[in-house]
Design a protein around this ligand. Structure first.
Ligand SMILES: Cc1cc2nc3c(=O)[nH]c(=O)nc-3n(C[C@H](O)[C@H](O)[C@H](O)COP(=O)(O)O)c2cc1C
Length: 355
């Protein structure tokens, strides 16, 4: 039976999980002293780019990974039951059962200390080169969760995948639906906002911040798009940071149903914690992978562009022989940097309890 302090530590570890735009779309409920139920929060999920809960499922996967790593450090072993009520309840993602365990953890795998340290770093440049052994550890972390990892380390291989990332990220500023979704999560005046992202974590140069704030209005963004606004943003937020980084990695999965995505969320978090243990900074680029799954609910005029992104992602992933039929879910830009000073906040502990 878990003590109150153990339960609290598990939930604290869960809350540190990353989520798209820091939406924190998770809720918890202790069914009994050994069983934790995990839910998607309906108020914080289901937007256009979270259609079919792809983004929420990745976040819930990261939550599960954090909880399991934390439980193993007690040590407790765990069993996860995914979708305990099947299709009847699409928001009820998992139950985690905690069982006594005698087995001490292997130190090399002990990622628990990285859970509170892991964060997103959107600054650049990142330094390199990255040790081959570090890439091997990241690959291993993905494989431990039934996923795989492709790495792009030389300038030539990075440049080969850059266009699809740039194209996908640019659509986020061209589509009114996606633009509004993105800007609704950015806080311009409140550095202590408990959800979403204060402007300080976006690493936008101070002189450019007033213009970025104006772009929150669709009329301004739309006007700027006529003179290449989205392309300029894509250049600044994708091309420059990526070309000034020593590596990209892409986490791939073997199918695209919800269980695949949740497990890939676990893999992403495990890779990210492993990167943190290696002293590596990480920035995710989610748009190309998410768009390529085909569930985005944005304007029809972008359908052809989204299809082209899906095709390009397919050929990137399937050009490697041992990953035929796989899907690329998330790119991570990685490299060495000074410690992050500004990171996003979290809501209060009690707000995550499912009533
Ligand atoms: C599914 C998912 C998609 C994300 N997509 C992006 C992205 O495209 N660009 C980015 O800079 N950060 C992205 N992030 C990082 C989140 O914005 C970040 O995790 C969140 O703001 C919390 O901050 P933290 O990671 O520092 O704890 C993503 C995270 C998740 C889980």
């Amino acid at each position: 039976m878990l003590s109150e302090s153990q339960k609290q530590r598990l939930i604290n570890a869960a809350i540190f999980a990353p989520s798209a735009d820091n939406s924190q779309p998770f809720q918890f409920h202790w069914q009994n002293d050994n069983t934790l139920a995990l839910w998607i929060d309906p108020k914080r999920s289901g937007k256009a780019s979270d259609n079919r809960f792809v983004l929420s499922d990745i976040a819930l996967g990261a939550v599960i990974e954090n909880i399991i790593i934390c439980a193993e450090s007690f040590p407790l072993s765990t069993q996860v039951e995914y979708f305990p009520e099947g299709e009847q309840n699409e928001l009820f993602v998992a139950c985690i059962y905690f069982l006594p365990s005698e087995q001490a953890l292997n130190d090399a795998d002990n990622l628990v200390d990285e859970i509170p340290k892991r964060c997103t770093d959107r600054r650049f440049p990142f330094k390199g080169p990255i040790k081959t052994q570090s890439i091997e550890l990241l690959t291993n972390a993905a494989k431990q969760r039934d996923c795989d990892l492709l790495s792009f380390t030389g300038k030539k291989s990075i440049k080969a995948v850059l266009p699809v990332i740039q194209k996908a990220e640019t659509i986020r500023f061209k589509s009114q639906i996606l633009h509004q979704e993105l800007f609704s999560t950015v806080h311009f005046g409140n550095p202590n906002a408990e959800e979403g992202m204060p402007i300080s974590v976006l690493a936008i140069e101070k002189p450019a911040q007033p213009l970025f704030k104006q772009m929150k209005k669709w009329s301004v963004m739309n006007f700027m798009n006529r003179i290449g606004g989205a392309a300029i943003l894509g250049f600044r937020s994708v091309r420059i940071p990526i070309l000034l980084s020593p590596a990209l990695v892409l986490i791939t999965m073997t199918g695209k149903d919800r269980l695949n995505v949740i497990k890939a969320g676990r893999a992403i978090q495990r890779v990210w914690l492993q990167a943190s243990q290696q002293g590596l900074s990480v920035q995710p680029y989610a748009a190309p992978g998410i768009f390529s799954l085909g569930y985005i609910a944005c304007e029809n005029e972008f359908k052809a562009q989204l299809d082209a992104i899906a095709q390009q992602m397919h050929s990137i992933v399937n050009s490697s022989n041992d990953s035929k039929g796989n899907y690329g879910l998330m790119f991570l830009r990685i490299g060495y940097n000074k410690p992050v000073v500004q990171r996003s906040n979290r809501r209060s502990f009690d707000s995550f309890v499912k009533k």
